[in-house]
Design a protein around this ligand. Structure first.
Ligand SMILES: CCCCC/C=C/C(=O)SCCNC(=O)CCNC(=O)[C@H](O)C(C)(C)COP(=O)(O)OP(=O)(O)OC[C@H]1O[C@@H](n2cnc3c(N)ncnc32)[C@H](O)[C@@H]1OP(=O)(O)O
Length: 358
């Protein structure tokens, strides 16, 4: 539900009652969102180089670009509610431990050391993504885009990174396959859009095998670190489906069309080292030292100036955004048709009746 003007005014008053100083980064974000929600896009000239405080405020406001007033109002309310007395109280005495910022069973979101971590947490099902988890991730990314972290990281709990879309999503949906396919396409489009538009550095820590959409999404990440136990598998033809998450565009661009064809059409599974050689993975680590090495590195990266990282990402992504949105729309409408095809229904039934496994 969208935040009303009254919700916004309540949030403005709530900020004055905060017992704990939320820190400069959050205060700047609050200022920027407030100005955007009330005055719209930044419309004043940049303060001089020695006017440090006003310059930082101007930069934070200006970085919001043309974000609509209603979205800024909503983000302001969400940010204040994450700082509310109840979350303040629940965060007390937890220094040194990850601070939980979103309650959800299968997606765990924590924030610590300038890093917001979004973890697939459904190990008994190899972290397969349910409809609810797609929604939880959309919300987690929305919150992470305005929280006080510098970078956002995805990883998986247990031995898998993620086994992709939960294949029971369609068969267990009420209202029949057609309605489920229609709803699935709308959800998928919104889900992928939230990755295309995510403003901060987005990093994947791939702790184990990755399948389907958890692989294709990697083309929209800024860095991908993998354990040498990780594998990368996109068996869309085996499932009677077609690529998503803009991979029909990003994969040929990253690895060339011949290698992308082997993955996306023929379902060739890559080892972590092969994926690194193709440019899909940034760096591979021995599994025994993976976690220690990668979190040490990410904590150091998270100390870099956050506005600078965000602005650099914006420059890199800017020229691609329109194209990515168009590709996402087309992939989703193609998939909606595929989900209703005999090839796809047979493949899902076959998995569910245990006749087939990847
Ligand atoms: C709405 C948006 C849609 C976006 C479009 C996205 C498309 C994709 O992501 S396509 C890729 C879909 N994923 C798969 O096809 C993977 C299917 N799973 C497997 O092939 C295997 O389970 C495995 C290779 C991932 C793991 O094999 P194994 O180590 O032998 O473990 P189990 O098969 O016994 O798995 C344990 C447990 O987990 C369940 N499970 C695993 N993956 C999925 C899944 N994707 N969907 C639903 N359930 C999954 C598996 O059924 C087992 O359950 P139990 O039998 O109840 O223990």
């Amino acid at each position: 539900m969208r935040a009303s003007q009254q919700d916004f005014e309540n949030a403005v008053n709530q900020v004055k009652l905060l017992k704990k100083d939320p820190g400069n980064q959050v205060k700047l974000q609050l200022y920027a969102l407030y100005k955007q929600a009330t005055d719209g896009p930044c419309n004043v000239s940049k303060p001089g180089v020695f006017d440090l405080v006003n310059k930082a405020k101007w930069e934070a406001w200006n970085a919001l670009g043309s974000l609509p007033k209603e979205t800024a109002r909503q983000n302001y309310v969400d940010l204040v509610s994450s700082l509310s007395p109840s979350s303040e109280a629940s965060n007390q005495g937890k220094s040194g431990a990850d601070v939980k910022v979103q309650e959800s069973k299968d997606i765990v979101v924590t924030s610590e050391d300038g890093i917001t971590k979004i973890m697939f947490n459904r190990p008994p099902k190899k972290n397969a993504i349910t409809f609810q988890m797609y929604q939880d991730i959309i919300l987690a990314l929305k919150n992470a885009s305005t929280d006080n972290s510098a970078i956002t990281v995805f990883t998986g709990a247990g031995d898998y990174y993620c086994s992709g879309n939960d294949l029971t999503n369609f068969t267990s949906a009420s209202g029949g396959m057609e309605k489920a396919a229609e709803g699935g396409a709308v959800l998928l489009r919104e889900f992928v859009n939230s990755f295309i538009d995510f403003p901060k550095p987005l990093v994947a820590v791939v702790n184990g095998p990755a399948v389907g959409i958890s692989v294709t999404l990697l083309g929209l990440f800024d860095a991908v670190y993998a354990s040498d136990k990780a594998t990368f598998h996109t068996p869309f033809s085996h499932l009677g489906q077609s690529p998503e998450a803009c991979s029909s565009y990003t994969f040929p661009k990253i690895m060339g069309s011949a290698k992308a064809t082997e993955m996306l059409l023929f379902g060739k599974k890559l080892t972590a080292r092969e994926a690194c050689a193709q440019g899909l993975v940034t760096e591979v680590f021995p599994d025994s030292t993976f976690k220690k090495e990668i979190w040490t590195r990410l904590k150091a990266y998270a100390k870099l100036p956050p506005n600078s990282m965000r602005i650099s990402k914006q420059l890199i992504r800017k020229n691609e955004k329109e194209k990515l949105h168009a590709v996402n729309a087309e992939e989703c409408s193609t998939l909606k048709e595929r989900w209703l095809s005999e090839e796809c229904i047979n493949a899902i039934m076959s998995f569910l009746s245990r006749k087939s496994k990847l």
